[in-house]
Design a protein around this ligand. Structure first.
Ligand code: HEC
Length: 118
C-alpha cells in the first residue's frame, strides 16, 4: 500500500514536471481571492471576468494560484490553454466572459492564474 502510494506520488510529480516545487498545497478560496495581477490593466480584466469563477470552488474552475489544480493544465502548454480559453472548455465559457481581452491578455491572465513566472 505504502509502496503503491509512493508510486502514484512519483507519477504525479513526473506529470507536473520536475522543475515544479514538489510540495504544492491546495489554496483556500480566500487565499486564491487575495491574489491580484500586478498590472492594473490585467487586474481590471481579471476582476471583470475570470475572478468570479476562478476563485470559487463551486464553479468547477481551477482556483487562481492553486498549483494542485493548475500544474497538469499548464503542462498542456500555453497555446493549448489559450485555445481552450478562447473557444471554451466544458463549463469554461468561450472567452471567459471577457469581451475586450486580446490573445496577449489571455496568455498573461492564464500565466497569472497558473502562477507561472514570465
Ligand atoms: C463562468 C465561469 C468562468 C469564467 C468567468 C472564467 N472561467 Fe476559466 N474555467 C471555468 C471552468 C468551470 C473551468 C474548468 C473547465 C474544465 O476543466 O472542465 C475553467 C478552466 C479554464 C482554463 C483551463 C482550460 C484547460 O485547458 O484546462 C483556462 C486557461 C481558463 N479557464 C481561463 C480563463 C480566463 C483567462 C478567464 C477570464 C478571462 C476565465 N477562464 C473566466 C470557468 C470560468
Amino acid at each position: 500500500m505504502a509502496l503503491e502510494r509512493t508510486g502514484i506520488a512519483a507519477a504525479i510529480l513526473a506529470l507536473a514536471g520536475c522543475h515544479q516545487a514538489p510540495a504544492a498545497k491546495p489554496l483556500t478560496e480566500a487565499q486564491s481571492a487575495a491574489r491580484q495581477p500586478a498590472s492594473a490593466h490585467l487586474a481590471a480584466l481579471y476582476d471583470g471576468s475570470c475572478r468570479a469563477c476562478h476563485t470559487n470552488h463551486d464553479s468547477g474552475a481551477p482556483l487562481s494560484g492553486d498549483h494542485t489544480q493548475w500544474d497538469a493544465r499548464w503542462a498542456k502548454g500555453p497555446d493549448a490553454l489559450l485555445q481552450n480559453a478562447i473557444a471554451g472548455y466544458n463549463k469554461m465559457p468561450a472567452g471567459g466572459q471577457c469581451s475586450t481581452c486580446t490573445a496577449a491578455d489571455y496568455k498573461a491572465l492564464i500565466r497569472f492564474m497558473a502562477d507561472q513566472p514570465e
